[in-house]
Design a protein around this ligand. Structure first.
Ligand SMILES: Cc1cc2nc3c(=O)[nH]c(=O)nc-3n(C[C@H](O)[C@H](O)[C@H](O)COP(=O)(O)OP(=O)(O)OC[C@H]3O[C@@H](n4cnc5c(N)ncnc54)[C@H](O)[C@@H]3O)c2cc1C
Length: 455
């Protein structure tokens, strides 16, 4: 395959076939390692198209890859295929102030893009925890993150895409138009499809004006239950938060130890971390209301994070939690989502299950949109026990989530890790439709072939 690929990309440094580094055969966790015959780094749509045409003609599996920060095995290649690394397609092509859009290549890193537009008084709201992820990866997983409560998720900011299809043809879907009822929405099918339908080679993104001010608040509670219970009360008070995160003190302690930083209100058992965007006056009014609402709901302290260093430390700790738990023990990260009025029921269920089974379960996450990040911790279990007990507990947890009207994934995607549980809980008619959509885009099933809906 090497010689054929070198004819398509005549640059030895961008066609690797000898020893492929393990990180390119895995996800961010590095536990599942796949197989591939080649790793290629295209730098243009044309190169992506040539590779796809070649793979299509020869029936070779292709796994698209952004920054590899996913947590669900969605960049674990299968068979004797090609890993298509899009990280060198990494240019910001245009910022169009008249339509409030930006056009970028998929390998642009989220934090670089955010900084770039903010320096021009513009704002790209999607803000998942991992800022080193790529825009193409964010789109392919429909990434959510902290600011989804107010602004929505990545899907809400994707206006158009250039795609290379499985057979190498290049199309555009969506546009710079603010409205579109022009046939079936192919763009929305590709968003969140985890590299299974097409390769994204350009992205037209929606921007908004940068908010005048942003302020975070930390609220300390005597229990997680009181914290979670105050979330619907905040919505009812119409304070329009940008982010509402929940974290238990025991989880914060892991982050503090991991980073060597400290969190305010150490006597709390649980916290809500809130952010507000807007004018100074708007924020002041919201903060007064929040102070009243949360104290009435049982909070014992509210701290305004107006010291930049403190603010940075608190968000750094919140941002490192998956990694901090991982540093203590192997763990399975879940991102179950439930309706916002069922978070309390779900987190209480998790705590009871932890007591019953003795398997440590650490939950934190996006309280404002019902997205619970749950780390199921391996501890000292040997391989066989871990596999068996993890599967038993995941079955129970996913079953409960669906019973509460929730879903297997709010933002991380299905990947290889959640297929079994998602398939089990999804109506067979819906699954059959998903398979037919897959076939319509990729009838030879060469794109990210490991992810399927017929487990
Ligand atoms: C510490 C930490 C915190 C995180 N926090 C969050 C969070 O708050 N919210 C959240 O949503 N996620 C979070 N994630 C998960 C992860 O960062 C996201 O899923 C992210 O969107 C993946 O982007 P990536 O560039 O790393 O994509 P990758 O991991 O490389 O790929 C992810 C999927 O996208 C596909 N893909 C990538 N690029 C393309 C392309 N150009 N065309 C077609 N398919 C493509 C791949 O095939 C794969 O299926 C977190 C991860 C970590 C490690």
């Amino acid at each position: 395959m090497r010689e054929e690929l070198l004819q398509l990309i005549p640059d030895e440094s961008r066609v690797i076939t000898e020893t492929i580094e393990k990180k390119y055969l895995s996800d961010n966790l590095g536990r599942k390692i796949g197989t591939a015959k080649a790793l290629v780094f295209p730098v243009s749509t044309e190169e992506v198209s040539k590779i796809m045409r070649f793979a299509y003609e020869k029936n070779i599996p292709v796994t698209p890859r952004g920054a590899g920060t996913n947590l669900v095995g969605s960049t674990v290649p299968t068979g004797e295929g090609i890993v298509l690394d899009l990280s060198r397609l990494n240019h910001i092509l245009e910022v169009d102030r008249e339509t409030f859009t930006a056009t970028v290549e998929p390998g642009v890193i989220l934090e670089d893009f955010q900084k770039y537009v903010e320096a021009q008084g513009l704002f790209y709201p999607p803000d998942p925890g991992e800022k080193k992820a790529s825009i193409g990866g964010n789109i392919s997983t429909n990434a959510g993150g902290m600011r989804a409560v107010r602004y929505g998720v990545t899907r809400d900011y994707v206006m158009g895409l250039e795609l290379v299809l499985a057979d190498g043809s290049v199309i555009t879907v969506g546009s710079k138009n603010r409205k579109d009822t022009t046939g079936l929405d192919l763009k929305d099918m590709v968003i969140g499809s985890e590299g299974t339908l097409a390769v994204i080679t350009k992205c037209v993104l929606k921007l908004i004006p940068k908010p005048e001010k942003s302020l975070s608040l930390l609220v300390g509670y005597p229990s997680l239950k009181t914290g979670i219970e105050s979330v619907p009360k905040l919505f009812q008070a119409n304070v329009n938060p940008t982010a509402i995160e929940f974290i238990e003190r025991k989880v914060v302690a892991l982050g503090e130890e991991f980073l060597g930083l400290s969190f305010p209100i150490p006597e709390a058992v649980a916290y809500l971390l809130l952010t507000f965007d807007g004018s100074a006056e708007e924020i002041d009014n919201h903060i007064k209301t929040v102070d009243h609402v949360v104290k009435e709901a049982g909070a014992f302290d509210v701290q305004i994070l107006d010291d930049p260093q403190l603010l940075q430390n608190v968000w750094k700790i919140r941002g490192c939690l998956v990694t901090a738990v991982e540093a203590v023990s192997e763990q399975e990260p879940l991102d179950i989502v439930v309706p916002i009025n069922r978070i309390d029921a779900f987190v209480n269920f998790v705590n009871e299950l932890e007591q019953q089974t003795g398997m440590r379960m650490i939950s934190f996450g996006h309280a404002g949109d019902g997205n619970v990040h749950l780390c199921v911790v391996r501890g000292e279990r040997d391989d066989a026990t871990w596999e068996k007990e993890l599967d038993e507990n995941l079955s129970i947890l996913y079953h409960k989530a669906y019973e509460l009207g929730g879903l297997a994934s709010g933002e991380h995607g299905i990947g290889l890790s959640k297929q079994k549980y998602m398939v089990r809980a999804t109506n067979p008619i819906n699954l059959a439709l998903m398979k037919r959509v897959k076939e319509a885009f990729d009838e030879k099933r060469i794109l990210n072939a490991g992810i399927s809906y017929d487990v």
